[in-house]
Design a protein around this ligand. Structure first.
Ligand code: HEC
Length: 130
């Protein structure tokens, strides 16, 4: 008798749980995409301006806050620990610049930490997912 009650409950729980998982993945993608498109992509991106020493203090701060949103995101592909390390280094590097270290070593660190190919090669899905 107990089982006939328990099984439908499980089935309902599974139905409720699955869209939540999908939403998480979607949200994860949205966060990364926003950082990429609004912060990193292109010759005129906030990142490019910061690296060229042309960004204002508030532009550096905005980029810092934007990049920080990547903390805790899931690697779409590849090793999560390796991804976490790259994200942590990127956050630390922009954080240092935002904290006032705008000298060449600090900018070089940010340049290395934001290496597009190094991260994409390991963690960006090969096929464009919609
Ligand atoms: C620390 C890791 C990391 C670094 C550094 C990085 N990216 Fe990305 N980028 C990603 C990941 C992960 C994705 C895939 C996101 C997804 O599909 O959910 C991505 C996707 C993108 C996309 C596609 C966004 C979309 O979904 O439309 C662009 C554009 C992009 N990156 C630009 C850049 C540029 C330009 C640089 C270098 C200046 C860069 N990225 C550096 C991790 C990184």
């Amino acid at each position: 008798m107990k089982q006939t009650i328990f099984l439908p409950v499980l089935a309902v729980a599974a139905l409720i749980a699955s869209p939540i998982v999908a939403d998480d993945d979607h949200e994860n993608h949205e966060i990364i995409e926003k950082v990429m498109k609004e912060g990193l992509k292109g010759d005129e991106s906030p990142l490019a301006k910061v690296l060229e020493g042309e960004a204002s203090k508030s532009e550096i701060k905005d980029l810092d806050e934007l990049i920080k949103t990547m903390e805790g995101t899931k690697a779409p592909v590849g090793d999560q620990a390796g991804y976490d390390e790259k994200v942590a280094e990127l956050i630390a590097a922009i954080g240092a610049v935002a904290g006032g270290a705008t000298d060449t070593p600090a900018l070089n660190r940010l340049d290395t930490a934001s290496d597009c190919k190094a991260c994409h090669g390991d963690h960006k899905p090969k096929k464009e997912k919609k």
